[in-house]
Ligand binder design. Sequence first.
Ligand SMILES: [Zn+2]
Length: 93
Amino acid sequence: MKKYKNEPTPEDFKNTQVCLARIRKGNGARCISLVTPGKKRCFNHGGAPRSGGQFGNRNAVKQGFTTREVKCFRKAVRLVLREAGEMISDYSD
Ligand SMILES: [Zn+2]
């Protein structure tokens, strides 16, 4: 039963998510605010409109040892090395 004209109903909160940020208060406590549509954080924790870097910016990259491309490359190299080791152990038996 709506008390006010624009009062939100439970259906309005069906697809909303809670902010993923951790707050200082408590030991690893979570923010309880709802996220800004299209973002993973609430308004206060980085979900404000026009906040954040543009897609593909390299501002935080210094040497590039931990970029996504390098991580994928290292993962592929590890996989190849593991398979090579298995092949060698198969032949040695
Ligand atoms: Zn938050």
